[in-house]
Design a protein around this ligand. Sequence first.
Ligand SMILES: [Mg+2]
Length: 323
Amino acid sequence: MKILVVDDDPLTLHMVVYRLRQWGHEVISCTDGESAWKILEGGMVPNVAILDWMMPGINGPDLCQKIRSKKDCPYVYIVLLTGRNNPEDLIAGLDAGADDYLTKPFHLGELEARLRAGKRIVDLQNELISARETLRIQAMQDPLTQVLNHGAILDALLSEINRAQREHQPLSLILADLDSFKHVNDTYGHVAGDHVLVEVARRMRNCLRSYDAIGRYGGEEFLIVLPNSDDSQAIGLAERIRTAVGSEPFRLHHVDLTVTLSQGVTTWTDPDSIPLERLIQSADRALYGVKHSGRNAVQHVQFDQDAEDSFSPIFVSPISGES
Ligand SMILES: [Mg+2]
């Protein structure tokens, strides 16, 4: 474990540090509360802190409280070293946030046993953190394609709309739909269809920048959010995606199957507020245009806050081949 030891008594400090290193721990030590706090503020995150109670300046319980007030750091298991052993003092120490205490002079075997107890807590804490992280990812991810799920991509869109407004940056959206996907499912079965979805999502993801977001919007529909992208950048990216998906066949049951994508693209540049639904509608209209003009293409519609039902596509990519 990584252990921080703070004690103004050089003899105790030396003895504890020496033993801890002997037991295989990584140890950082100092002789007063201020230096310890500086070390912690500098980004060092120990698993365990062993703090002397009586120190000039910031004492053990004060340091305890400061560590507990740091909300952004993982749990630190704190053991107070004390010459005091009346119940009121011990209650005060535990109330300050200490997990355990040792009364000086203490037996080294006792310190070792207390650290074993501390390690169990630290291990449990780490397991909890990683389980929570796994749950968080599961709650956001489409289990099949590993891209964001419907709710999470809408959340991502909402926060990018807010950012675009704040920073006066353009924002583009791609709504992509696999062409004739029902035919794949009907001909090769749904397991094969799932393989195609997974591979399509992988190819699309590979085309994106690290700060773009992609999610599964519906069965075979994907929504891509492109922060800080104008119309030409978004159309360029949609074309790269179209090539990545459609140019190399998918191998299914020893059959080479070519799958193509239709994509509707929209860009928002107006500093006025954008209702999320209207932006998706705009991309949807562009997609509708592609679907009705032969598929396997990209069409762009400039987002127009005032346009209710009409739309005028300003770009249609060359339609290559059949859907
Ligand atoms: Mg002391």
